[in-house]
Design a protein around this ligand. Structure first.
Ligand code: PMT
Length: 221
């Protein structure tokens, strides 16, 4: 892009899955590859932003002109995000953060036992909700991966989490969601509900940020 509308602004992007340890050799996670989040970070940097990419474990190289902060668990991601939140202009929460973690992390490898085994889970902190509570003038953009009633859930997340936009991702659609190079999403905000059809995550990321920047400009008028 010729224009650099995010020049002088700090954008924090989270990407990838988190890992919640069970014991030294096992963990709970999900299928996020980090591709969507890395594309959002690349788009932010290409629009001129000082970009901090806070990433769970993925096998991608960071885009150019982005500061990578590697984390493992939801707790580490929360701490890293909070470190940058006060000075951020925009926070984009693309990461698929674990909602639950094992209540007990075993210090030794768990041994096989006869019969069934139970791992008790407890809730992690909802990072987006926490940011929504602390928000001053940061623009807060969440993602929502859903398998049904996508727009309905996105709208309720917008309110509950005090976010400015939710990017709703129907992960049952062919060629969209976890792991793929392409995606299709709906941008949901107070005054907008716009569908973005299938395209590469990189192209989509740029379109989403440019649309949001334009909406905010119009809003400020
Ligand atoms: O990484 P890829 O393979 O490219 O896949 C992209 C994606 C499908 C992961 C991405 O497009 C996406 O939809 N990310 C959000 C996935 C998700 O966890 O959605 P959610 O509905 O569980 O969470 C909603 C929002 O709350 C998200 O912005 C999430 O970052 C945030 N959250 C969730 C749980 C938690 N403990 N803290 C959070 O901040």
């Amino acid at each position: 892009p010729k224009e650099l509308p995010l020049k002088g602004k700090k954008v924090v992007v989270t990407a990838g899955p988190t890992r919640e340890r069970i014991d030294p050799v096992r963990f709970l996670t999900n299928f996020s590859s980090g591709k969507m989040g890395y594309a959002m970070a690349e788009a932010a940097a290409s629009l001129g932003a000082e970009t901090i990419l806070i990433s769970g474990p993925v096998s991608l190289s960071p885009p150019p002109n982005v500061t990578l902060v590697s984390v493992e668990s939801a707790k580490e991601m929360l701490d890293a995000v909070l470190l940058h939140f006060d000075t951020a202009t925009m926070v984009v929460k693309t990461a698929a953060v674990a909602d639950y973690k094992p209540k007990e992390v075993h210090s030794q490898k768990m041994k096989k036992q006869p019969g069934e085994s139970v791992i008790v889970l407890e809730r992690t902190t909802d990072i987006l909700l926490e940011l929504g509570k602390r928000k001053k003038d940061q623009l807060l953009i969440g993602f929502a991966a859903e398998t049904n009633d996508v727009i309905h859930y996105a709208k309720s997340k917008l309110d509950k989490k005090n976010a400015d936009y939710i990017i709703a991702n129907d992960v049952t659609e062919e060629g969209s969601g976890f792991g793929t190079d392409t995606n299709a999403v709906t941008l949901v905000g107070k005054n907008i509900e716009q569908y973005f059809g299938h395209q590469t995550k990189k192209v989509l990321a740029l379109q989403l940020l440019q649309t949001i920047i334009q909406l905010e400009k119009d809003d400020a008028k």
